[in-house]
Design a protein around this ligand. Structure first.
Ligand SMILES: [Zn+2]
Length: 231
């Protein structure tokens, strides 16, 4: 079964063809944003002469009568939308299914179990409030450029990736834990804007980072490790 791979079938119709169809039906310029938001499948607002429509990307694959129904609904601001509902009913299963990325998470390494570290840290420092996924990153040569990044957090997919170079016996567990904690802090704090700049490591971030039990040890190990690497 491949129905959990949500992005796969939607190349059937391109986003711009979809938007164009809506524009023809509505006779207005349309700004279309396709979302992964399964709670609000459709929302729209009028601004000046244009229509701003946010729609779940599932509908890229819908038949023309469904799209026409969406267009009428947006135009009249009302309507029962039976086809829209039927389409949703038929595809609910693929929405409810876990996204493919969640399934492909690989947290158990050869030497370090990321999920175990994550769960302990989540309970100790975050009151179990973090819901992000965690996985070892890929070892493929394509990502070799990113070798120097030990960890990352994607706000879009809500997945923490830890560089597999850390999955070694010689890398202490407290250091891996510190990197996991660092990325979990990103998940907890987000990246606030200051004017036009994104503050990735805010003052609050740095303060909370220092609360980690093994902070000093981790920092010392990192410095030592870098020395040996460059030697
Ligand atoms: Zn960071």
């Amino acid at each position: 079964m491949t129905h959990t791979q949500l992005t796969l079938p939607f190349s059937v119709r391109t986003e711009s063809a979809f938007r164009q169809h809506l524009e023809e039906r509505l006779n207005k310029p349309v700004s279309l944003v396709l979302t992964d938001n399964a709670t609000t499948m459709l929302s729209f607002r009028k601004k000046d002469a244009a229509l701003f429509i946010r729609l779940h990307r599932l509908f890229l694959n819908a038949d023309l009568p469904v799209i026409d129904e969406i267009a009428s609904f947006v135009r009249d601001r009302k309507g029962a939308m039976p086809r829209f509902r039927e389409f949703l009913r038929l595809h609910r299963e693929s929405l409810a299914a876990k996204p493919a990325r969640k399934r492909s998470l690989r947290a158990k390494g050869r030497h370090h179990d990321l999920q175990d570290l994550y769960d302990r840290i989540n309970s100790e420092y975050f009151g179990n409030s973090i819901t992000a996924g965690i996985t070892w990153g890929s070892r493929s040569p394509r990502s070799a450029v990113r070798k120097r990044t030990v960890g990352s957090y994607s706000e879009r997919s809500k997945v923490i990736r830890i560089n597999p170079v850390l999955d070694r016996k010689t890398v202490p567990r407290f250091y891996v834990g510190f990197i996991v904690y660092h990325e979990m802090l990103h998940a907890a704090l987000g990246t606030p804007m200051q004017g036009k700049r994104r503050i990735v490591h805010s003052r609050e971030f740095r303060e909370r980072e220092r609360l980690f039990q093994d902070y000093d040890r981790a920092m010392a190990w990192e410095r030592g490790d870098r020395k040996t690497n460059s030697a």
